[in-house]
Design a protein around this ligand. Structure first.
Ligand code: DGY
Length: 326
């Protein structure tokens, strides 16, 4: 067993508490507490060999750590990490797929049902004493009954959502970079054509340049006036201004959002809308699942520094042949 306790691992910002504690027991953890990396001394920066983080790690940040070997990202979506630059410079990047798939898919179904049946608004109505004072909560204009669902991004999470939706008896179609040969759902090679074919669009796609504002005004118009948009992928995938306009003017009916373009900022115009259900990026946020994600972060760092291949390298690292140290 390699002694990892002398290996300096930087945690630039926030980290799941249980994972932080475990990392502190295993590595020489340095916490930047959200301060810029430049605030560390040059010799401290030169010592850092690993980074564990949730969120953003740019090429500029990597350049400040000349002996950095591995970035272990806490989260499946690593659009905040410049994995291309890392791969080109021999830095391993890992993420945390699979362990959160079921949690995120469960939450997506909850958000969808909440959005079409207005569950959080109905609860607020009860808590405000309106049931007793004013009678029953109004019948909801929307329902899952009779809907057809399109999924943008039929990867691990998109597929887990689709499998759950089969139990709800709704037809399912999808848009993906390429058609899958292991599902019978209708494939659309074009997002607008998917939106036009369904009335409920679930975004389960990663962020990054390839999907930036892909759900734009034209896609929302194609979804139509009974349309419901659910986003549990990344906020950047949706043109937020176009979405606000579409919700305000009835281009679509409602939205359920767990992710936003500039988190934790949520535009006031969205907060003001009563046809939007808004969650603070909680799809994977249970103690159970966050602990599993943290365990994978730890496993990846331990493997790397013991000369073994990490369990979950990102595709950019695999493509660059960075499976193990040295
Ligand atoms: C992920 O893992 O990318 C989730 O969005 C994190 O919460």
């Amino acid at each position: 067993m390699t002694d990892t306790k002398t290996i300096p691992v930087l945690i630039p910002g926030r980290m799941h508490a249980g994972t932080l504690e475990a990392l502190q027991g295993l590595f020489d953890v340095r916490q930047a507490q959200g301060q810029p990396i430049e605030s560390l001394s040059e010799s401290e920066r030169a010592g850092i060999r690993g980074v564990a983080l949730m969120g953003v790690f740019t090429a500029e940040m990597m350049k400040l750590l000349p002996n950095l070997e591995i970035i272990a990202h806490f989260g499946v979506g690593y659009d905040g990490v410049d994995a291309g630059y890392a791969a080109a410079n021999g830095i391993m990047v890992t993420n945390t797929p699979d362990v959160l798939t079921d949690e995120v898919a469960d939450t997506t179904i909850g958000l969808l049902l909440n959005t079409v049946r207005e569950l959080s608004r109905a609860e607020a109505y009860l808590r405000a004493g309106n049931w007793e004072k004013n009678g029953n909560y109004p019948l909801t204009k929307t329902t899952l009954r009779g809907r057809s669902v399109g999924i943008m991004g039929l990867g691990r999470i998109g597929l887990a959502i689709a499998r759950r939706l089969e139990g709800f008896g709704v037809p399912i179609a999808y848009y993906n970079r390429s058609e899958r040969d292991d599902v019978a759902y209708a494939y659309h090679p074009d997002l607008k054509s998917l939106a036009a074919a369904v009335d409920t669009l679930i975004v389960a796609a990663p962020g990054g340049a390839g999907t930036d504002k892909a759900v734009d005004a034209a896609v929302l118009a194609a979804l139509g006036p009974d349309g419901v948009l659910i986003n549990i992928g990344r906020g950047t995938v949706v043109d937020e201004d176009a979405l606000i306009a579409a919700l305000q003017n009835g281009t679509i009916r409602a939205a359920g959002l767990d992710v936003f373009a500039r988190e934790p900022h949520v535009p006031q115009a969205l907060i003001d809308l009563d046809n939007a259900v808004l969650l603070p990026h909680v799809a994977s946020a249970s103690e159970h699942t966050r602990q599993q994600m943290g365990n994978l972060v730890i496993q990846n760092l331990e493997a790397w520094f013991s000369g073994r291949p990490p369990a979950t390298p990102v595709p950019e690292a695999v493509k660059a042949g960075l499976e193990r140290r040295g």
